[in-house]
Ligand binder design. Structure first.
Ligand code: C2E
Ligand code: MG
Ligand code: MG
Ligand code: MG
Length: 291
């Protein structure tokens, strides 16, 4: 029915679509180049046990700059999945994270575990799955310090394939975490079949506590469920002291969020006195470190 519209509207529409298409094509082209040149940075966000004040791990979060401007992962990760670049991106993150943390002397010590996000696209086909396992095999020695995170939604989309790959990663020594928990529709029965070590409560629920009665019930229910299953639990997106207190008072003491630490490059972890203190590194109190 485009014919019924006047010419001005049609050409406006066309130029708008052309612009969008051009932007998309440019973005895809740039993403290919970035993968080719491995032009990504990895930032790390610490996870803390608030009862002991110990760092239990750090989540590796990918960063990409296109002409000095950061493109958020929520934009380029789905695009990478769409155009088939996600396996190569995962290889880059895993390799960079392990090598950077090892070089800094943090992996398995000050940072006992590094969490790596993986996408369900990575075992869509046998060759995708093979690529993921091939990279994992290359780091067989470090896998005990690696925890793979998959969102609840993506695991439940394809439980059967997830089960095979996650079991293999587990057998190789890695551990498994279910990310953004509570937003998907897990069947508890299926969840129990998976080789899961940890569950991460989605930030959306943390935002509502304390105060929102429904949010409080959801968080308390997830905590009880995870305790019954004997799994580890992390609350993500903890931003305020009252959120932290509510969680700790109800039995969830492992937190990740801006309240404690923002994602930062490894150099910053080693330069910032507050982060060094969290990491329990010698020199954390030395006065000559500025930042
Ligand atoms: P995610 O795995 O759930 O990661 C947590 C996100 O929450 C990160 O956003 C982190 O910066 C943010 N965050 C942490 N604490 C707080 C807080 O207190 N408040 C708020 N408002 N946000 C907080 P980021 O880095 O933008 O990543 C977004 C998503 O992109 C990730 O969600 C993950 O799904 C995906 N992603 C990031 N890096 C990778 C990667 O290397 N591979 C894959 N497949 N996905 C990735
Ligand atoms: Mg994650
Ligand atoms: Mg998450
Ligand atoms: Mg998320």
């Amino acid at each position: 029915h485009a014919k019924k519209q006047d010419h001005g509207q049609i050409s406006y529409y066309h130029s708008f679509m052309n612009e969008r298409l051009k932007n998309r094509v440019t973005l895809i082209k740039s993403l290919y180049e970035a993968v080719e040149n491995r032009e990504f940075d990895v930032h790390y966000q610490l996870q803390l046990d608030t009862t002991t004040n110990k760092v239990l791990g750090a989540e590796a979060l990918l960063r990409w700059k296109l002409m000095q401007v950061s493109v958020p992962p929520s934009e380029f990760i789905p695009l990478a999945e769409e155009v088939g670049l996600i396996n190569q991106i995962n290889e880059i993150v895993l390799t960079k994270a392990i090598l950077q943390l090892k070089d800094a002397g943090l992996l398995g010590t000050a940072i006992p575990k590094v969490a790596i996000n993986i996408s369900p696209m990575q075992f869509k086909t046998a060759s995708d799955a093979h690529a993921l396992l091939e990279v994992a095999t290359r780091f067989a020695d470090e896998l005990p310090y690696v925890r793979f995170e998959m969102t609840e939604t993506s695991v439940m989309e394809n439980v059967d394939d997830a089960l095979v790959i996650l079991n293999q990663l587990c057998r190789m020594g890695a551990s498994i975490s279910i990310d953004d928990f509570g937003t998907g529709h897990s069947s508890l029965g299926r969840l129990k079949e998976l080789p899961i070590d940890e569950i991460k409560i989605d930030r959306a629920f943390i935002r509502d506590i304390p105060g929102d009665p429904q949010g409080e019930v959801i968080v308390k229910t997830i905590i009880a469920m995870v305790q019954t299953m004997g799994l580890e639990l992390v609350a993500e997106g903890v931003e305020t002291n009252s959120q932290a207190e509510f969680l700790s008072n109800h039995g969830c003491s492992v937190h990740q969020g801006f309240l404690y630490a923002r994602p930062a490059p490894v150099s910053e972890l080693l330069d910032s006195p507050p982060l060094m203190k969290l990491l329990n590194l010698a020199g954390a109190n030395s006065g000559n470190v500025t930042s």
